[in-house]
Write a protein that binds this ligand. Sequence first.
Ligand code: NAP
Length: 313
Amino acid sequence: MAATILDGNKIASDIRAEVAAEVKHLAAAGRRPGLAVVLAGNNPASEIYVRGKTKSCEEVGIYSEKHTPSASATTEELLDLVEDLNRRDEIDGILVQLPLPPQVDAKKVLMAVDPAKDVDGFHPMNVGFLSTQRPGLVPCTPAGIIEILERSGIAIAGQEAVVVGRSDIVGKPVAMLLLNANATVTVCHSKTRDLPGVCRRADILVAAIGRAGMISREFVKPGATVIDVGMNKITERAEFDKFFKGNAKREQAFATKGSTLIGDVHPEVSEVAGALTPVPGGVGPLTIAMLMVNTVRAMKMRRGAEIPALSKA
Ligand code: NAP
């Protein structure tokens, strides 16, 4: 039987609607949340991501502002900007878009963000809060993965979860969230022995690798839930044919755009898995939706008692 497709667009849209209702309520009480995005240099992909983030803010009613230091900005200039945003009370969230220009000490800049405004959840203080199960700000993509599972009625507690990838942005935080939700978690990486065998133990398999279609059917236990975090662009005809030959919809998109997106999971896995997130339209849309959630959360955590109660966020 073909896997159930977990529709990330629908889940993200539900979350945005919930955030919009909450922001409306907060704004009516004179407390509109605010997000500052720092986009240094002119990386085309970063520009697209930032456009998506500011557009989403507009949709849900969050105040947003964009800061665009030049490609030659120094670490000190960025630190000054972050310090200024840290001080401004109407700014609840600060997002420093990565990658930063090569001459900038990115770790130093990220460390300078006030942990209470760290809507990316990358600051070591928030990493510590997550691992010790204290309230804090959780990285957006991993938080989105948990939303997909929970809102799709997929049980986590007691399940075997295998995460392939151990990055600070996806692999480690999603493993910690799954552990906090009482899954039995294994984290794999490039040195893991018998990766297909380890993955086949998974009731929930999360692929966060960055390798087109690497997770093929022999990695997947029949009926497992597979979460595909990967976003890989295919531009070569031979590679396209390897994954999508005969897929009319993909053919058309490839012919028009000259490229198509594929995750870390091979399309054939849809014949084995019980449920699967598509690429595009799976985990991706959740990342920005959770940024909106985090901005509201940051504001509520910073202002605490000043805010009239409405929801659990
Ligand atoms: P990353 O920092 O490059 O980490 C990749 C991880 O995969 C590493 O831990 C690496 O192991 C592991 N790996 C690489 N090759 C492997 C192999 N052959 N076997 C087993 N493990 C292997 O990547 P990332 O930032 O976590 O991103 C992963 C993917 O998710 C990328 O495609 C990225 O574009 C995508 N992504 C999507 C979203 C979204 O919103 N949908 C957000 C973030 C990232 P080692 O540690 O041993 O090197």
